[in-house]
Design a protein around this ligand. Structure first.
Ligand code: AMP
Length: 416
């Protein structure tokens, strides 16, 4: 079912949202982006005349009640954002009374789902590989089904709008969907936007298609790179992960970040790119620092001739110029991961230039640009350009898994 075709009037809707917002030491919300992201879906339920039940996790309580991770701390923020006083159910697994009392136009938030180990469905207190593990796993899976059924029993319709956890097969993100027929389960508006954005690059990309992959480690992005090799025309690899590629070819990279055990994979990626006709573009030179600090001495070296005592920390002007040409010539752009240590002001220049160029390609050339995965989102926000690109994904891990070509359980469970 599509959410815009569904009328929630007289229905109780249980909506899985991602309210895993950052809190300060006094329990105050420091960034309410995730709450705002869910508003279109939540407001539609209320505006139609439905009763709204919201459920989410916060942090990693690992199946235990941890007051510092209580969702009660965000009730006021959600109330203010929704414009409706939000009620709170202190126990997500025993909320029958609160749900029964809920009327059309009213909203209820359930306590942190991960206070229950059943939410994630992982056996507690049993080591993987021990003889007891398999039995404990089976028992927990069965308890997870019961927990999901309990949550489902609160409502007539299920909506999943939590893209941040769409790559998890948890009680509230996937298992619960089994209790609803196709006409009574759907993706929320935020999920729909995320899925469309990923389809725009993975399935319906206009060419030339360029992926910019940066960040610290090859190991965390190898699956992404491999899947993209079959889709892109240009693959720019920058940031910390680039040095493994340079060292693998015999280059001297000084103290720069690298993963020796991934050098064979890096060479395989280079060979595959050549075979598939993908233009793989690495840095040609790099801005190095003597220490890993903002005020350290800086000097530019050719990428494969970095002296022992220096460390590559930002992309050089020369590398950026090459990449700008590629980006400005692209019709589809996917950017994941900064191309330098952008958290340090003196090494943020290269990442800022990438952000500006992706924005320029979008605004001036009509390219479709998708930015996603933790730090690249922080980077595009840091340079104030989030509204100048086509889409900024809200889910780091989920976005990366989708780009790896994996099916997201939270999306598959809805069965569209
Ligand atoms: P990731 O989470 O893999 O996308 O990595 C993001 C992190 O990579 C950021 O914290 C950056 O500071 C870091 N990073 C990018 N380039 C470098 C580099 N040349 N050396 C060390 N860290 C880097």
């Amino acid at each position: 079912m599509k959410i815009n075709e569904f009328n929630f009037a007289g229905q109780k809707a249980i909506v899985r949202v991602d309210f895993n917002v950052p809190l300060d030491e006094n329990g105050h919300v420091t960034d309410d982006t995730r709450i705002r992201g869910a508003l279109p879906t939540l407001k539609k339920v209320l505006a139609d005349g439905g009763a709204l039940i919201m459920m989410s996790h916060m942090g990693k309580p690992k199946g235990k009640v941890k007051p510092e991770l209580s969702l009660s701390q965000i009730v006021k923020n959600v109330s203010d954002a929704l414009g409706v006083e939000v009620k709170f159910a202190k126990d997500a697994g025993n909320a029958e009374a609160e749900v029964a009392a809920l009327k059309a136009g009213e909203a209820l938030l359930l306590e942190n789902l991960r206070y229950y180990p059943e939410e994630e469905g992982k056996p507690v207190g049993v080591e993987k590989g021990t003889p007891e593990f398999d039995a404990a796993k089976a028992e927990m899976k069965s308890r997870q089904k019961d927990f999901a059924k309990k949550l489902a029993s609160y409502a007539d319709v299920y909506v999943n709008d939590a893209f941040g956890t769409a790559h998890r097969k948890h009680a509230s993100t996937a298992v619960i969907a089994d209790s609803f027929d196709a006409g009574h389960k759907m993706l929320g508006f935020l999920m729909e936007k995320e899925v469309t954005a990923i389809d725009n690059v993975l399935k319906n990309a206009q060419h030339p298609f360029t992926a910019i992959i940066g960040g610290s480690k090859v190991s965390s992005k190898l699956g992404v790179i491999q899947n993209l090799l079959d889709k892109v025309d240009n693959l720019i690899i920058g940031g910390g992960m680039g040095y493994t590629f340079i060292k693998a070819q015999g280059g001297k990279i000084g103290k720069s970040l690298h993963e020796d055990d991934l050098m064979p994979e890096a060479l395989k990626v280079m060979a595959a790119a050549k075979e598939k006709g993908v233009n793989l573009s690495l840095s040609v030179s790099t801005v190095c620092g003597k220490e890993f600090s903002n005020d350290t001495e800086r000097r530019v070296f050719p990428i494969n001739q970095i002296p022992d005592e220096w460390e590559g920390m930002d992309s050089s002007e020369e590398s950026i110029e090459n990449w700008k040409k590629i980006i400005l010539d692209s019709k589809t752009i996917l950017w994941n991961g900064p191309v330098g240590v952008f958290e340090l002001e003196n090494f943020a220049h290269g990442t800022g230039e990438i952000a500006k160029t992706v924005a320029q390609a979008t605004q001036e050339n009509g390219a479709y640009s998708l930015i996603g995965g933790g730090d690249s989102v922080a980077a595009i926000n840091k340079f104030g350009l989030a509204d100048k690109v086509s889409y900024v994904s809200t889910g780091g891990g989920a976005m990366l898994e989708a780009i790896e070509g994996k099916v997201l359980p939270g999306v598959a469970a809805i069965g569209e």
